[in-house]
Design a protein around this ligand. Structure first.
Ligand SMILES: O=C(O)CCC(=O)C(=O)O
Length: 272
């Protein structure tokens, strides 16, 4: 591919990524405007972390919690039952390798962005990918079968996000303009902690341990009523357990937003 063609492709991608980032930032500032400054909430929680003893004893439906889940109370755990799922080891080592090898050359052409302090994501590079090798397509079809119902249509592009070791994602709710009721993400390279916090009741939270090769699924209330974030290295704990963060790549499939309103442009065509 010539340099000129590259420039074209980059220019074609830029508006999508910029528009999405704008929406993400807008969602973030809306949260702040609503007086729910997650940054402050987070700082508070770093000083006074959630009670690990209580979390350790917590059970769901009489059974101990899965190793990937922590929550602020049994009530929030049962409220999000079916709306949050992590499948550790969803990818085989060979599948992880397939995805990483395919993504690496594309990602390497981009620079990590360390944005203004107010941006939703720090230390990242990203791409929206719609053409995949056959092997990767088979993986994405497994994601589709595991996370989405047969009637759901997916966004045509898969979002690939590469966070460097210092990178992190601030609390946000994905814009309803760009994402329907389900988000499913594969994690590669580094373990990380995803925290979900209720947008109206900040004391209600959940934490998910995302190991490389795992698949997480957020749907319905977990997607709409809770912000999600990926913790930065300094704050990366799962209860008392330190989870060192290094470079992490996520491959995220989203369902198509609900139908366009009157006068809105049509949505992109389906696929994953
Ligand atoms: O990296 C992830 O798994 C989450 C990405 C995310 O929160 C987003 O792009 O909205």
């Amino acid at each position: 591919m010539t340099l000129h063609q590259w420039a074209w492709q980059l220019r074609a991608l830029a508006p999508i990524a910029q528009e999405k980032r704008r929406a993400l930032n807008a969602a973030n500032s809306l949260t702040r405007e609503a007086g729910l400054d997650r940054e402050r909430a987070n700082r508070g929680r770093v000083a006074a972390p959630p009670q690990p003893m209580a979390a350790r004893r917590m059970r769901r439906n009489g059974r101990p919690l899965p190793a990937w889940l922590r929550g602020s109370s049994p009530a929030v755990l049962s409220r999000l039952r079916g709306a949050v799922l992590v499948r550790p080891g969803f990818l085989s080592a060979a599948e992880e390798d397939t995805l990483s090898r395919e993504l690496e050359p594309e990602l390497r052409r981009r620079r990590y962005e360390y944005d203004h302090w107010d941006a939703a994501i720090h230390g990242f590079r990203e791409t929206e990918k719609s053409r995949w090798s056959q092997a990767s397509r088979a993986i994405l079809q497994r994601v589709q079968a595991a996370a989405f119902s047969p009637g759901q249509t997916l966004l045509s592009s898969v979002h690939v996000l590469d966070l460097d070791a210092r990178g992190y994602i601030k609390p946000h709710v994905d814009s309803v303009k760009f994402c329907g009721d389900t988000i499913a993400g594969l994690s590669l390279l580094s373990t990380s902690v995803m925290r979900l916090v209720h947008t109206q009741e900040p004391g209600h939270w959940l934490e998910l341990l995302l190991e490389p090769g795992s698949l997480y699924i957020l749907r319905d209330s977990a997607r709409y009523d809770f912000s999600h974030e990926i913790l930065r290295d300094e704050e990366s704990f799962f209860g008392e357990r330190r989870i060192p963060r290094s470079r992490r790549i996520s491959v995220i499939c989203r369902s198509l937003p609900e139908g366009p309103g009157p006068g809105e442009p049509p949505q992109p065509p389906p696929a994953c």
